[in-house]
Design a binder for this molecule. Structure first.
Ligand SMILES: Nc1ncnc2c1ncn2[C@@H]1O[C@H](COP(=O)(O)OP(=O)(O)OP(=O)(O)O)[C@@H](O)[C@H]1O
Length: 326
């Protein structure tokens, strides 16, 4: 199923929440909607789902205008941030729920429902927990059950609203990887809302960067990181340093800088190390350039030679660098 969103606007009272949104989502693609809180990601997802009506504009599933169809007619698999499992039903009953409540004419036989639910349990790798209740599951397991439940109705589109944000970092990472692999296998057109850049970059085929109700840029993670279209995108994607000397202006990321403790080499600028923080694989060093009031943040691999002999207050030379080679 491909999705075509055309000149879509949404107002809440006077507030223009989505402004002339145009977006094409290809069949089988995993798209991330990424942007700061309040930029309209969830509103757009809810409109695609049919949970909210646009004020103007159209949505097509393949070539069919579904703007006026309700959520059931759209065959949407929807998964929310907060586990929305039924507490009084087992895992298997939760998964089969969507099929069991179908009108009699469309409902598969009891044995087909059971077979399908078991297959979905296998898919989310929880076959051994079929008879547990939600309260007996971890957060990550609950979200996998929620995903299996969303998939039970054979959705044409899967919509995920910050599905992992209530989980701790390690579980999030695992589930992210798992979702990415699963998506690779099933190739179901999916839209994923997140405000976490790392999450979007890691799993999406393409990322839609939103800000205050408009789309700022659409592209693959690489395109967006390598060629941010404007200042908003550049700044949103991470820490930025600005440094000026004479006529020269440098804008660079913390990892785009080389340090040296040796006295002035050509192209290096003098600074003082005012803070040094090991952060796992990298060490963050805050520098105060000699002729500038603005500190600069550098991140270097913690295996960098001479790093361990660098102390707060030491003189250090830095060079912004944009042309790393491998
Ligand atoms: N039902 C509503 N009535 C009025 N305003 C609303 C309604 N739903 C959302 N808004 C407003 O619309 C804007 C966009 O909200 P939305 O939930 O789409 O943003 P978001 O990008 O998903 O944010 P977050 O990451 O915080 O969830 C916000 O300013 C919000 O307050």
């Amino acid at each position: 199923m491909n999705i075509h969103i055309k000149e879509l606007n949404k107002y809440f009272n006077q507030f223009h929440v989505l402004q002339n949104i145009n977006l094409d989502i290809r069949k089988g693609e995993l798209i991330a909607l990424l942007g700061p809180s309040g930029c309209g990601k969830t509103s757009l997802l809810r409109i695609i789902a049919g949970l909210e009506q646009p004020s103007s504009g159209q949505i097509f599933f393949n070539d069919q205008d579904i703007s006026n169809k309700d959520i059931r007619e759209r065959r949407i698999g929807y998964m929310f941030q907060h586990f929305a499992l039924f507490r009084h039903m087992t895992v298997l009953e939760n998964i089969s729920f969507g099929l069991r409540i179908k009108p009699r004419k469309e409902r598969p036989s009891a044995s087909d429902i059971l077979a399908k639910s078991k297959h979905l349990l296998d898919m989310v790798q929880l076959s051994n927990l079929a008879d547990r209740y939600p309260d007996e599951l971890s957060g990550g397991q609950k979200q996998r059950v929620a995903l299996a439940r969303a998939m039970a109705i054979d959705p044409s589109v899967l919509l995920l609203d910050e599905p992992f944000s209530a989980l701790d970092t390690k579980v999030r990472r695992e589930l992210r990887q798992w979702l990415s692999n699963l998506h690779h296998e099933i190739q179901l057109t999916s839209v994923f809302v997140t405000h976490d850049q790392e999450e979007a970059m890691e799993i999406a085929d393409r990322v839609v960067i939103m800000n205050k109700g408009v789309i700022e840029q659409i592209g693959s993670p690489k395109e967006i990181l390598d060629t941010p279209k404007n200042d908003f995108v550049y700044h949103f994607l991470g820490e930025t340093n600005h440094f000026s000397v004479g006529e020269q202006n440098f804008t660079f990321r913390p990892h785009e800088v080389i340090l040296s403790i040796h006295t002035e080499k050509v192209g290096y600028f003098e600074a003082t190390a005012i803070d040094i923080r090991p952060l796992g694989a990298v060490t963050k060093i805050v520098l105060k350039p000699k002729d500038s009031d603005y500190p600069i943040e550098a991140q270097v691999p913690n295996t960098t030679r001479n790093l361990s002999s660098l102390n707060k207050g030491d003189k250090v030379y830095f060079r912004p660098i944009m042309d790393f080679e491998i």
